[in-house]
Structure formats: C-alpha cells, structure tokens
Design a binder for this molecule. Structure first.
Ligand SMILES: [Zn+2]
Length: 335
C-alpha cells in the first residue's frame, strides 16, 4: 500500500511571507501558533511573522535537542495548535520533529535554501549516530525569494550542490533495484533526477533567479514524499557527507559535502563526473578537500566509513579499502 503525503500549499515568490496569515486562514489553521526561529532568522522574518499571526515565539539556541525539548514543553503547556518553522535547515527540522512528536501540523518558511530539508518529510538529527527521521510533510511551504536571495550566497550554492546530488542518489537507487531487488519508484526517481538536471542546466542563472533552486528543492521534497523515504535524494554521496560530519565535524555545509561526494560517486558509477564537477565550479560550490577546508585524511576516512552510515545499498557496496578511497579521491582531483 502506498501512503503519499505532500504539502497542501506551496507559495514561492518575492514577498511571499506577507501572505502567511491569509494562507493559514484559507487552510483552516486556526488557534494558537508557535513560531520557531533562531537568533538570526527571528530578525530576518520570524519576529514579523509572529506579530502578524499574533503567535507565541521561541528563539532556538545552538543545541537542536534542547530546542526541540523546550518547544515541545511550550506546545503542551500552552495548547499550541500548529508550529511555524522560520529559518534554515535546523530550525525547520526542529519544527518538523516537535510537530511530529506532539501530533500537530507545521508550516515551513525557509529563510535560506541550503538543502532540501526545508521542504522534505525527513528530519536530520545530528549526534554520534546521525539519523534521518521520517516525519510529516509541511502543511504549507512559504518560500519568499526576496528573503532567500539576501541570505549568504554560500548557502545558496550549497543548496544547488544538494540538488545536484540527487543525480547519484537516483543512480544508487537504480543499482539497488537491479542488484538486490529493492523497491524502486519511477515517478519519485524521475522527479528527483529532473530537479538535479534543471539546476545543472541553469547553473549560471541561479544567482539571479533563486526560484529555480527553490523549486528544485521543493520537487526533491515531493519526490521523498512520493517515495516515503529519502531514497530518491540520498545515496552514497549523502553517506559520505554524514561520515564527514562524524569524522571532521563542522568543517563545511551539508550540501557542499554532498556535492563533492557526488563527483566521486558519479566516477564510481562510470557516469560523467567531470560534468558534475564543472557545474559545481560554475555554481561556486566546493569541488576539492581544500575548498571544503579539510585535509586529505578526512576525505579518505569518510570514503572508507561511508557505507556503514546507514543500511542503504549504494555503489559503495561493502565499502572501499584505503587504497581504493585514495585512488578515487585522486582520480577525481578531490585531493
Ligand atoms: Zn541533502
């Protein structure tokens, strides 16, 4: 049986946040709301949205776990009816998790577009063993391109790299279908691949037209909603990125790491890895260890560890030896 969950409404465009209140009324989102943001995104948009909605507001600190716990306490104590996440990936992920755990709906209002977590029914929970948690899709996504355009360009470039990484994620999914008979969804895979290809084709335009990227990230979220998992948008390149998070944490952004992973996994798939690298360079996303701000050792170790990250069949199969990892990173000029 398929159980597909998708957002009910998506608004993308300049000034979209001004429509927040009327959209929520249309959707029947009534009662008490809680706006979650962080110190920066509160100023960018959270404060205004909370004032428009007459909502409670909680500004999250650096610790995601503590933020989620205090939001859950607030929701239970004051009888909050829905949550509004205003921010980047970790704020939106916090909104997803506390809405899921308390059984209330949430809306996603991204203030940057650094990865597809802003739209997906998956939440990344960092920690010793990072986990991807299946949650609900946002009831609404309001992506104000005027706000997103003002975010640092590095975040936008990282979001593009995360979209491009759908390319090898889909190749891995096809491989899993062929080699171990895993369930494969044609629609979800095609939608995910299309998002990667549109970003690649428009690499030069994204700086001027962020809606191309925002729509690609939303389509990635929809692909995950159709598939019922992160499979269409997360393969070996994501395992590599998660391994980097464990081995050399905080050195670079999720999408940046996935982009470099995509170059190397495309090589292993016998696909056009040079094209992926060229596109990432045009976008201004990292393509080497140096660009990521890590040493060669981090890349090699992450490549060797990646297959252990989660139970997901990929081109890494049983893992790479040190020699194979070095060879791969050298041939693709990552190190
Ligand atoms: Zn990602």
């Amino acid at each position: 049986m398929k159980d597909i969950e998708l957002p009910m409404r998506v608004i993308v465009g300049d000034g979209a946040i001004d429509k927040t209140k009327s959209l929520f009324t249309e959707l029947g989102l009534k009662g008490k709301s809680l706006v979650l943001s962080d110190g920066n995104t509160y100023q960018v948009a959270g404060e205004k949205i909370a004032a428009d909605l007459g909502s409670e507001s909680l500004v999250l600190g650096d610790s995601m776990g503590e933020g989620i716990e205090s939001a859950i306490r607030e929701i239970k104590k004051t009888g909050i009816d829905f949550v509004v996440g205003v921010g980047g990936g970790s704020v939106i992920d916090s909104a997803k998790v506390c809405a899921f755990k308390t059984g209330i709906p949430y809306a996603s209002i991204p203030t940057s577009a650094a990865h597809d977590g802003i739209t997906s029914p998956q939440a990344s929970i960092p920690g010793d063993k990072p986990v991807s948690m299946r949650v609900h899709s946002p009831l609404a996504i309001i992506a104000d391109t005027e706000v997103i355009r003002k975010a640092p360009y590095r975040l936008l470039a990282s979001g593009c790299a995360d979209s491009v990484s759908n390319y090898t994620a889909v190749l891995d999914w096809e491989l899993a279908k062929k080699e171990i008979g895993e369930y494969y969804g044609d629609y979800a895979a095609s939608l995910s691949m299309m998002s990667a290809k549109i970003v690649m084709k428009n690499a030069r335009k994204i700086r001027d037209d962020v809606s191309i990227l925002v729509e690609a990230l939303i389509s990635s979220g929809v692909a995950m909603g159709i598939a019922g998992s992160s499979r269409p948008c997360s393969g070996a390149e994501h395992q590599f990125s998660h391994a980097m998070d464990l081995l050399c944490p905080g050195s670079s952004l999720h999408g940046e790491q996935c982009g470099v992973g995509t170059i190397m996994m495309a090589y292993l798939h016998g696909s056009d890895w040079e094209k992926i690298r060229d596109v990432l360079q045009v976008i201004g996303a990292p393509t080497t260890a140096k660009d990521l701000g890590v040493d060669d050792k981090c890349i090699i170790e992450a490549l060797m560890k990646a297959h252990e990250i989660r139970d997901r069949y990929s081109i890494l199969r049983d893992g790479l030896s040190r020699m194979e990892a070095m060879d791969l990173a050298e041939k693709t000029r990552v190190i």
